[in-house]
Ligand binder design. Structure first.
Ligand code: NAD
Ligand code: MG
Length: 391
Protein backbone atom coordinates (compact mmCIF):
# COMPACT_ATOMS: atom_id res chain seq x y z
CA UNK A 1 0.00 0.00 0.00
CA UNK A 2 1.53 3.31 -1.09
CA UNK A 3 0.84 6.28 1.16
CA UNK A 4 0.57 9.21 -1.20
CA UNK A 5 0.93 12.93 -0.48
CA UNK A 6 -0.87 14.90 -3.17
CA UNK A 7 0.55 18.44 -3.22
CA UNK A 8 -1.73 20.77 -5.13
CA UNK A 9 -4.65 18.38 -4.61
CA UNK A 10 -7.23 20.95 -5.75
CA UNK A 11 -5.54 21.48 -9.12
CA UNK A 12 -5.83 19.77 -12.45
CA UNK A 13 -3.01 17.23 -11.85
CA UNK A 14 -4.13 16.82 -8.23
CA UNK A 15 -7.65 15.94 -9.40
CA UNK A 16 -6.41 13.44 -11.99
CA UNK A 17 -4.15 11.84 -9.37
CA UNK A 18 -7.01 11.43 -6.91
CA UNK A 19 -9.13 9.94 -9.68
CA UNK A 20 -6.49 7.23 -10.25
CA UNK A 21 -6.04 6.67 -6.50
CA UNK A 22 -9.81 6.23 -6.07
CA UNK A 23 -9.77 3.45 -8.68
CA UNK A 24 -7.22 1.45 -6.65
CA UNK A 25 -8.07 1.54 -2.93
CA UNK A 26 -6.13 -1.72 -2.53
CA UNK A 27 -2.88 -0.10 -3.76
CA UNK A 28 -2.92 3.58 -2.80
CA UNK A 29 -4.08 5.80 0.05
CA UNK A 30 -4.08 9.59 -0.14
CA UNK A 31 -2.62 10.30 3.30
CA UNK A 32 -1.72 13.98 2.82
CA UNK A 33 -3.65 16.56 0.79
CA UNK A 34 -2.50 20.15 0.30
CA UNK A 35 -3.85 23.25 -1.43
CA UNK A 36 -3.05 26.95 -1.64
CA UNK A 37 -6.27 28.78 -0.75
CA UNK A 38 -9.29 26.91 -2.09
CA UNK A 39 -10.42 25.80 1.33
CA UNK A 40 -13.86 24.59 0.21
CA UNK A 41 -12.38 22.30 -2.45
CA UNK A 42 -9.73 20.97 -0.05
CA UNK A 43 -12.36 20.25 2.61
CA UNK A 44 -14.50 18.38 0.05
CA UNK A 45 -11.49 16.26 -0.95
CA UNK A 46 -10.79 15.48 2.71
CA UNK A 47 -14.40 14.40 3.21
CA UNK A 48 -14.04 12.05 0.25
CA UNK A 49 -10.49 10.73 0.74
CA UNK A 50 -10.09 10.89 4.54
CA UNK A 51 -6.36 11.77 4.63
CA UNK A 52 -4.31 11.78 7.85
CA UNK A 53 -3.29 15.39 7.27
CA UNK A 54 -4.65 18.35 5.31
CA UNK A 55 -2.45 21.40 4.74
CA UNK A 56 -3.64 24.77 3.49
CA UNK A 57 -0.71 26.95 2.40
CA UNK A 58 -2.48 30.20 3.29
CA UNK A 59 -2.27 30.40 7.12
CA UNK A 60 -5.31 32.69 7.31
CA UNK A 61 -7.51 29.80 6.20
CA UNK A 62 -6.49 27.12 8.72
CA UNK A 63 -9.36 27.91 11.10
CA UNK A 64 -11.93 27.69 8.34
CA UNK A 65 -10.52 24.36 7.14
CA UNK A 66 -10.70 22.95 10.69
CA UNK A 67 -14.28 24.18 11.10
CA UNK A 68 -15.40 22.67 7.81
CA UNK A 69 -13.79 19.32 8.62
CA UNK A 70 -15.17 19.03 12.12
CA UNK A 71 -18.64 20.04 10.89
CA UNK A 72 -18.41 17.14 8.43
CA UNK A 73 -17.12 14.74 11.11
CA UNK A 74 -13.73 14.29 9.42
CA UNK A 75 -10.98 13.56 11.92
CA UNK A 76 -7.70 14.50 10.28
CA UNK A 77 -4.86 16.76 11.36
CA UNK A 78 -4.85 20.25 9.92
CA UNK A 79 -1.82 22.47 9.33
CA UNK A 80 -1.07 25.63 7.39
CA UNK A 81 1.75 27.60 5.83
CA UNK A 82 4.44 26.98 3.23
CA UNK A 83 6.74 25.15 5.69
CA UNK A 84 3.93 22.84 6.81
CA UNK A 85 3.70 21.50 3.23
CA UNK A 86 7.44 20.76 3.21
CA UNK A 87 7.30 19.16 6.67
CA UNK A 88 4.39 16.96 5.65
CA UNK A 89 6.40 15.70 2.68
CA UNK A 90 9.43 14.92 4.82
CA UNK A 91 7.42 13.14 7.57
CA UNK A 92 6.35 9.53 7.98
CA UNK A 93 2.79 10.00 6.71
CA UNK A 94 3.79 9.37 3.08
CA UNK A 95 6.22 7.29 1.02
CA UNK A 96 5.16 8.77 -2.32
CA UNK A 97 4.83 12.44 -3.21
CA UNK A 98 2.94 13.87 -6.16
CA UNK A 99 4.53 17.29 -6.73
CA UNK A 100 1.65 19.10 -8.43
CA UNK A 101 1.94 22.60 -7.03
CA UNK A 102 2.25 25.18 -9.80
CA UNK A 103 5.34 27.38 -10.07
CA UNK A 104 8.44 27.97 -7.96
CA UNK A 105 6.22 27.67 -4.86
CA UNK A 106 6.67 23.91 -5.29
CA UNK A 107 10.47 23.93 -5.06
CA UNK A 108 10.93 23.34 -1.32
CA UNK A 109 8.46 20.46 -1.13
CA UNK A 110 9.89 18.84 -4.29
CA UNK A 111 13.39 19.01 -2.81
CA UNK A 112 12.13 17.65 0.52
CA UNK A 113 10.62 14.62 -1.22
CA UNK A 114 13.90 13.99 -3.04
CA UNK A 115 16.03 14.40 0.08
CA UNK A 116 13.96 11.98 2.12
CA UNK A 117 14.21 9.23 -0.49
CA UNK A 118 10.53 9.00 -1.35
CA UNK A 119 9.09 8.15 -4.73
CA UNK A 120 8.69 11.56 -6.33
CA UNK A 121 6.12 11.96 -9.08
CA UNK A 122 7.22 15.21 -10.67
CA UNK A 123 4.58 17.36 -12.34
CA UNK A 124 5.92 20.67 -10.96
CA UNK A 125 8.33 21.29 -13.84
CA UNK A 126 9.20 24.79 -12.57
CA UNK A 127 11.16 23.28 -9.67
CA UNK A 128 13.50 21.30 -11.93
CA UNK A 129 13.82 24.23 -14.35
CA UNK A 130 14.80 26.41 -11.44
CA UNK A 131 17.02 24.03 -9.50
CA UNK A 132 17.86 21.04 -11.72
CA UNK A 133 21.34 20.31 -10.32
CA UNK A 134 20.16 20.71 -6.70
CA UNK A 135 17.21 18.39 -7.29
CA UNK A 136 19.43 15.72 -8.84
CA UNK A 137 21.85 16.05 -5.92
CA UNK A 138 19.00 15.70 -3.41
CA UNK A 139 17.78 12.59 -5.24
CA UNK A 140 21.25 11.07 -5.13
CA UNK A 141 21.56 11.79 -1.39
CA UNK A 142 18.04 10.58 -0.57
CA UNK A 143 18.27 7.49 -2.74
CA UNK A 144 14.64 7.76 -3.84
CA UNK A 145 13.26 7.62 -7.34
CA UNK A 146 11.85 10.32 -9.58
CA UNK A 147 9.19 9.27 -12.08
CA UNK A 148 8.22 12.07 -14.44
CA UNK A 149 4.53 12.88 -14.72
CA UNK A 150 4.81 15.55 -17.40
CA UNK A 151 3.43 13.55 -20.32
CA UNK A 152 6.42 14.11 -22.63
CA UNK A 153 8.96 13.08 -20.02
CA UNK A 154 6.87 10.19 -18.89
CA UNK A 155 6.77 9.09 -22.55
CA UNK A 156 10.57 9.38 -22.87
CA UNK A 157 11.02 7.53 -19.56
CA UNK A 158 8.90 4.73 -21.04
CA UNK A 159 10.97 4.68 -24.27
CA UNK A 160 14.37 4.55 -22.55
CA UNK A 161 15.97 1.32 -21.34
CA UNK A 162 15.15 1.92 -17.66
CA UNK A 163 15.98 4.31 -14.86
CA UNK A 164 18.22 7.23 -15.82
CA UNK A 165 20.58 5.56 -18.31
CA UNK A 166 23.66 7.10 -19.87
CA UNK A 167 22.17 8.21 -23.19
CA UNK A 168 25.32 7.81 -25.31
CA UNK A 169 26.06 4.35 -23.88
CA UNK A 170 22.45 3.35 -24.56
CA UNK A 171 22.71 4.38 -28.21
CA UNK A 172 20.33 7.32 -27.92
CA UNK A 173 20.83 9.92 -30.65
CA UNK A 174 18.05 12.43 -29.82
CA UNK A 175 15.08 13.03 -27.59
CA UNK A 176 12.12 14.36 -29.56
CA UNK A 177 9.61 16.28 -27.47
CA UNK A 178 6.26 16.67 -29.15
CA UNK A 179 4.24 19.87 -28.73
CA UNK A 180 0.60 20.43 -29.60
CA UNK A 181 1.50 23.93 -30.77
CA UNK A 182 -1.17 25.35 -28.44
CA UNK A 183 -4.32 27.22 -29.39
CA UNK A 184 -2.52 29.69 -31.68
CA UNK A 185 -0.52 27.35 -33.89
CA UNK A 186 -0.13 28.79 -37.38
CA UNK A 187 -0.95 32.37 -36.36
CA UNK A 188 1.26 35.34 -37.20
CA UNK A 189 2.63 37.80 -34.65
CA UNK A 190 0.12 40.41 -35.82
CA UNK A 191 -2.71 37.97 -35.07
CA UNK A 192 -1.35 37.34 -31.58
CA UNK A 193 -1.20 40.99 -30.55
CA UNK A 194 -4.70 41.16 -29.06
CA UNK A 195 -5.04 37.65 -27.57
CA UNK A 196 -7.06 37.60 -24.31
CA UNK A 197 -6.42 35.37 -21.25
CA UNK A 198 -9.63 33.46 -22.00
CA UNK A 199 -8.44 32.65 -25.53
CA UNK A 200 -5.01 31.64 -24.25
CA UNK A 201 -6.46 29.33 -21.60
CA UNK A 202 -8.55 27.36 -24.12
CA UNK A 203 -6.18 24.56 -25.04
CA UNK A 204 -7.28 22.41 -28.00
CA UNK A 205 -6.37 19.03 -26.43
CA UNK A 206 -5.70 19.32 -22.69
CA UNK A 207 -7.66 20.76 -19.76
CA UNK A 208 -5.08 22.29 -17.41
CA UNK A 209 -4.47 25.04 -14.84
CA UNK A 210 -4.32 28.62 -16.12
CA UNK A 211 -0.55 29.12 -15.77
CA UNK A 212 0.43 26.06 -17.79
CA UNK A 213 -2.32 26.86 -20.32
CA UNK A 214 -0.74 30.25 -21.01
CA UNK A 215 2.70 28.60 -21.12
CA UNK A 216 1.34 26.17 -23.72
CA UNK A 217 -0.02 29.06 -25.78
CA UNK A 218 3.35 30.89 -25.79
CA UNK A 219 5.32 27.61 -26.19
CA UNK A 220 7.18 28.51 -22.98
CA UNK A 221 5.76 25.26 -21.66
CA UNK A 222 7.77 23.39 -24.29
CA UNK A 223 10.80 25.48 -23.44
CA UNK A 224 10.47 24.55 -19.75
CA UNK A 225 10.08 20.94 -20.85
CA UNK A 226 13.29 21.05 -22.91
CA UNK A 227 15.12 22.19 -19.76
CA UNK A 228 13.31 19.53 -17.72
CA UNK A 229 14.38 16.83 -20.24
CA UNK A 230 17.97 18.08 -20.12
CA UNK A 231 18.13 17.53 -16.34
CA UNK A 232 16.00 14.40 -16.10
CA UNK A 233 17.75 12.46 -18.83
CA UNK A 234 21.18 14.11 -18.98
CA UNK A 235 20.68 15.24 -22.58
CA UNK A 236 22.61 18.21 -24.02
CA UNK A 237 20.51 21.00 -25.56
CA UNK A 238 21.47 20.00 -29.11
CA UNK A 239 20.26 16.43 -28.46
CA UNK A 240 16.73 17.65 -27.73
CA UNK A 241 14.39 18.46 -30.60
CA UNK A 242 10.87 19.84 -30.49
CA UNK A 243 8.33 18.70 -33.05
CA UNK A 244 4.83 20.13 -33.28
CA UNK A 245 2.20 17.39 -33.38
CA UNK A 246 -1.25 18.98 -33.16
CA UNK A 247 -3.19 15.81 -32.24
CA UNK A 248 -1.24 15.22 -28.97
CA UNK A 249 -1.39 11.44 -29.40
CA UNK A 250 2.36 10.80 -29.71
CA UNK A 251 3.55 12.09 -26.36
CA UNK A 252 7.28 12.11 -27.24
CA UNK A 253 9.94 9.94 -28.87
CA UNK A 254 13.47 8.63 -28.46
CA UNK A 255 15.67 8.20 -31.54
CA UNK A 256 18.44 5.60 -31.38
CA UNK A 257 21.65 5.47 -33.43
CA UNK A 258 20.44 2.43 -35.40
CA UNK A 259 17.58 4.51 -36.81
CA UNK A 260 14.89 3.15 -34.47
CA UNK A 261 12.48 5.72 -33.11
CA UNK A 262 10.47 4.62 -30.07
CA UNK A 263 7.34 6.57 -29.25
CA UNK A 264 4.72 6.41 -26.54
CA UNK A 265 1.16 7.03 -27.70
CA UNK A 266 -2.12 7.46 -25.91
CA UNK A 267 -5.13 9.73 -25.62
CA UNK A 268 -4.34 13.16 -24.17
CA UNK A 269 -5.30 12.35 -20.58
CA UNK A 270 -2.83 12.92 -17.75
CA UNK A 271 -4.17 9.91 -15.85
CA UNK A 272 -2.06 7.63 -18.09
CA UNK A 273 1.23 9.23 -16.99
CA UNK A 274 0.06 9.50 -13.37
CA UNK A 275 -1.04 5.84 -13.20
CA UNK A 276 2.23 4.77 -14.81
CA UNK A 277 4.27 6.77 -12.31
CA UNK A 278 2.22 5.66 -9.29
CA UNK A 279 2.37 1.95 -10.11
CA UNK A 280 5.72 1.71 -11.94
CA UNK A 281 7.01 -0.83 -12.83
CA UNK A 282 3.51 -2.36 -12.72
CA UNK A 283 0.69 -1.25 -15.05
CA UNK A 284 -2.73 -0.40 -13.74
CA UNK A 285 -6.09 0.74 -15.12
CA UNK A 286 -6.19 4.55 -15.36
CA UNK A 287 -9.74 5.20 -16.56
CA UNK A 288 -8.40 6.38 -19.93
CA UNK A 289 -10.26 5.39 -23.10
CA UNK A 290 -8.29 3.06 -25.41
CA UNK A 291 -6.58 4.83 -28.30
CA UNK A 292 -8.48 4.25 -31.56
CA UNK A 293 -5.88 5.16 -34.18
CA UNK A 294 -8.15 4.22 -37.11
CA UNK A 295 -10.64 6.85 -35.95
CA UNK A 296 -7.95 9.57 -35.71
CA UNK A 297 -7.14 12.00 -38.48
CA UNK A 298 -3.74 11.32 -40.08
CA UNK A 299 -1.05 12.17 -37.56
CA UNK A 300 0.74 15.40 -38.49
CA UNK A 301 4.18 16.73 -37.53
CA UNK A 302 5.81 20.08 -38.28
CA UNK A 303 8.67 22.28 -37.12
CA UNK A 304 7.88 24.86 -34.39
CA UNK A 305 7.71 28.52 -35.43
CA UNK A 306 10.44 29.97 -33.22
CA UNK A 307 10.21 33.46 -34.69
CA UNK A 308 6.56 33.84 -33.67
CA UNK A 309 6.71 31.84 -30.43
CA UNK A 310 9.90 33.36 -29.06
CA UNK A 311 9.57 31.88 -25.59
CA UNK A 312 10.74 28.49 -26.87
CA UNK A 313 13.87 30.08 -28.37
CA UNK A 314 14.49 31.99 -25.10
CA UNK A 315 14.32 28.74 -23.11
CA UNK A 316 16.92 27.09 -25.38
CA UNK A 317 19.03 30.22 -25.02
CA UNK A 318 18.82 30.11 -21.20
CA UNK A 319 19.69 26.40 -21.16
CA UNK A 320 22.75 27.02 -23.32
CA UNK A 321 23.77 30.02 -21.18
CA UNK A 322 24.04 27.66 -18.19
CA UNK A 323 24.27 28.53 -14.48
CA UNK A 324 21.03 29.85 -13.05
CA UNK A 325 19.77 31.37 -16.33
CA UNK A 326 16.87 28.92 -16.42
CA UNK A 327 15.82 29.98 -12.89
CA UNK A 328 15.83 33.61 -14.08
CA UNK A 329 13.81 32.61 -17.15
CA UNK A 330 11.30 30.79 -14.95
CA UNK A 331 10.88 33.63 -12.45
CA UNK A 332 10.44 36.24 -15.20
CA UNK A 333 7.94 34.02 -16.97
CA UNK A 334 5.87 33.50 -13.80
CA UNK A 335 5.62 37.27 -13.31
CA UNK A 336 4.84 37.79 -17.01
CA UNK A 337 2.09 35.16 -17.07
CA UNK A 338 0.52 36.56 -13.90
CA UNK A 339 0.54 40.05 -15.47
CA UNK A 340 -0.94 38.72 -18.72
CA UNK A 341 -3.71 36.89 -16.82
CA UNK A 342 -4.43 40.12 -14.90
CA UNK A 343 -4.76 42.08 -18.14
CA UNK A 344 -1.59 44.09 -17.41
CA UNK A 345 0.61 42.72 -20.21
CA UNK A 346 -0.18 41.85 -23.84
CA UNK A 347 0.38 38.27 -24.99
CA UNK A 348 3.47 39.13 -27.03
CA UNK A 349 4.84 41.10 -24.07
CA UNK A 350 5.47 37.84 -22.19
CA UNK A 351 8.50 36.96 -24.34
CA UNK A 352 9.70 40.59 -24.34
CA UNK A 353 9.63 40.73 -20.55
CA UNK A 354 11.43 37.38 -20.14
CA UNK A 355 14.09 38.51 -22.60
CA UNK A 356 14.62 41.83 -20.79
CA UNK A 357 15.09 40.11 -17.43
CA UNK A 358 17.51 37.55 -18.90
CA UNK A 359 19.54 40.42 -20.35
CA UNK A 360 19.51 42.34 -17.09
CA UNK A 361 20.60 39.39 -14.93
CA UNK A 362 23.47 37.46 -16.55
CA UNK A 363 23.79 33.87 -15.29
CA UNK A 364 25.59 32.96 -12.08
CA UNK A 365 26.63 29.52 -10.85
CA UNK A 366 23.99 27.54 -8.93
CA UNK A 367 25.35 27.19 -5.38
CA UNK A 368 22.53 26.37 -2.99
CA UNK A 369 18.79 26.84 -2.50
CA UNK A 370 19.19 30.05 -0.49
CA UNK A 371 21.16 31.86 -3.19
CA UNK A 372 18.84 30.47 -5.87
CA UNK A 373 15.80 31.80 -4.01
CA UNK A 374 17.58 35.15 -3.73
CA UNK A 375 18.14 35.19 -7.51
CA UNK A 376 14.51 34.18 -8.05
CA UNK A 377 13.44 37.20 -5.96
CA UNK A 378 15.80 39.53 -7.87
CA UNK A 379 14.44 38.31 -11.21
CA UNK A 380 10.85 38.84 -10.05
CA UNK A 381 11.70 42.33 -8.76
CA UNK A 382 13.37 43.20 -12.08
CA UNK A 383 10.38 41.91 -14.02
CA UNK A 384 7.94 43.93 -11.89
CA UNK A 385 10.04 47.08 -12.26
CA UNK A 386 10.21 46.70 -16.04
CA UNK A 387 6.44 46.14 -16.09
CA UNK A 388 5.79 49.26 -13.97
CA UNK A 389 8.07 51.39 -16.13
CA UNK A 390 6.30 50.20 -19.27
CA UNK A 391 2.88 51.36 -18.00
P1 NAD B 1 -3.50 24.10 -11.23
O1 NAD B 1 -3.43 25.58 -11.26
O2 NAD B 1 -4.71 23.42 -11.74
O3 NAD B 1 -3.26 23.60 -9.72
C1 NAD B 1 -2.22 24.09 -8.94
C2 NAD B 1 -2.26 23.55 -7.52
O4 NAD B 1 -1.18 24.12 -6.80
C3 NAD B 1 -3.54 23.89 -6.78
O5 NAD B 1 -3.93 22.80 -5.98
C4 NAD B 1 -3.14 25.06 -5.88
O6 NAD B 1 -3.89 25.11 -4.69
C5 NAD B 1 -1.68 24.73 -5.60
N1 NAD B 1 -0.89 25.93 -5.34
C6 NAD B 1 -0.80 27.04 -6.13
N2 NAD B 1 0.01 27.94 -5.57
C7 NAD B 1 0.47 27.40 -4.42
C8 NAD B 1 1.31 27.86 -3.38
N3 NAD B 1 1.88 29.08 -3.40
N4 NAD B 1 1.54 27.03 -2.33
C9 NAD B 1 0.98 25.82 -2.25
N5 NAD B 1 0.15 25.33 -3.20
C10 NAD B 1 -0.10 26.12 -4.27
O7 NAD B 1 -2.19 23.59 -11.99
P2 NAD B 1 -1.98 22.21 -12.77
O8 NAD B 1 -2.40 22.37 -14.17
O9 NAD B 1 -2.51 21.08 -11.97
O10 NAD B 1 -0.39 22.15 -12.80
C11 NAD B 1 0.36 21.81 -11.65
C12 NAD B 1 1.82 21.57 -12.06
O11 NAD B 1 1.86 20.43 -12.93
C13 NAD B 1 2.44 22.73 -12.84
O12 NAD B 1 3.79 22.83 -12.52
C14 NAD B 1 2.28 22.30 -14.30
O13 NAD B 1 3.27 22.85 -15.13
C15 NAD B 1 2.46 20.79 -14.17
N6 NAD B 1 1.82 20.02 -15.24
C16 NAD B 1 0.48 20.12 -15.43
C17 NAD B 1 -0.13 19.38 -16.46
C18 NAD B 1 -1.62 19.42 -16.66
O14 NAD B 1 -2.12 18.73 -17.55
N7 NAD B 1 -2.38 20.19 -15.91
C19 NAD B 1 0.65 18.57 -17.28
C20 NAD B 1 2.02 18.51 -17.05
C21 NAD B 1 2.60 19.22 -16.01
MG1 MG C 1 3.92 18.39 -20.83
Amino acid sequence: MRKVAVLGATGSIGGSTLDVIARHPDRFRATVLTAHSNVAALADLCIRFRPELAVIADPALEGELSRRLSAAGVRCDVASGHDAVTQAVAGALCDTVVAAIVGAAGLDSTLAAARTGKRLLLANKESIVMAGPLLLEALAVGGGELIPVDSEHNAIFQCLPGGRPNLAASGVRRLILTASGGPFRGRSRAELASITPEQACKHPNWVMGRKISVDSATLMNKGLEVIEAHHLFGAAADRIDVLVHPQSLVHSMVEYVDGSVLAQLGNPDMRTAIAHALAWPARIEAGVAPLDLAACAPLAFEQPDLATFRCLALAFQALRAGGDATAILNAANEVAVEAFLAGALPFLGIADLVESVLTELPPQAVVDVQSLNERDRSARAAARRILRNAC
